[in-house]
Design a protein around this ligand. Structure first.
Ligand SMILES: [Zn+2]
Length: 168
């Protein structure tokens, strides 16, 4: 029994040690293609606050993962339309939504050079300009990030992607 606990704890620690090495997930996009204030923007329809950022670009542009990881899901997913969900280093989930199509299968490893899909406006982005909705969700709660904002307790889990994309 003790052996399994050691293995489990090692896996968790290794996950935290692995580097993330962020890159811009929309090929050719820059800082000018997203609104720097869109994270936690209110009001945001049924979501109430906007728990990610929207990166705009031409329809069909290639999407790459912001970090290496393991694809948990690729396909249709509710309001997100065509989505890719990747578990990356530091036990963070990366959520890519509104794709025109997904080009990766569920339960596979991806690295940053692999295309995972194409920019689109599927799901509840239908009828809007093509954009990638990108969220980072930590599986471990960051209690100290709770503030006085709306839905602030969710800030334990939703990280601002801009902090990471601009720190590389
Ligand atoms: Zn969005």
């Amino acid at each position: 029994m003790k052996k399994y606990i050691v293995v489990l704890v090692s896996i968790i620690i290794i996950g935290f040690i692995l580097p993330e090495n962020f890159q811009m997930p929309v090929e050719g996009a820059s800082k000018n293609d997203y609104n720097p204030k869109s994270f936690w923007y209110y009001p945001w329809g049924r979501s109430i606050t906007h728990k990610g950022i929207d990166i705009y670009g031409k329809l069909g542009r290639n999407i790459k993962p912001a970090t290496n990881g393991f694809v948990i899901y690729s396909g249709q997913f509710g309001l997100g339309g065509n989505v890719v969900i990747i578990l990356g280093a530091k036990w963070r989930i990366h959520y890519y939504a509104h794709l025109q199509e997904t080009d990766i299968s569920s339960f596979s490893w991806v690295n940053r050079s692999r295309y995972i899909g194409k920019l689109g406006s599927s799901g509840n982005a239908s009828g809007k300009s093509p954009h990638l909705h990108y969220s980072i969700i930590s599986l471990f709660p960051y209690f100290w990030r709770i503030d006085n904002n709306r839905q602030a307790w969710k800030k334990m889990f939703y990280l601002n992607p801009i902090d990471y994309l601009e720190s590389k």
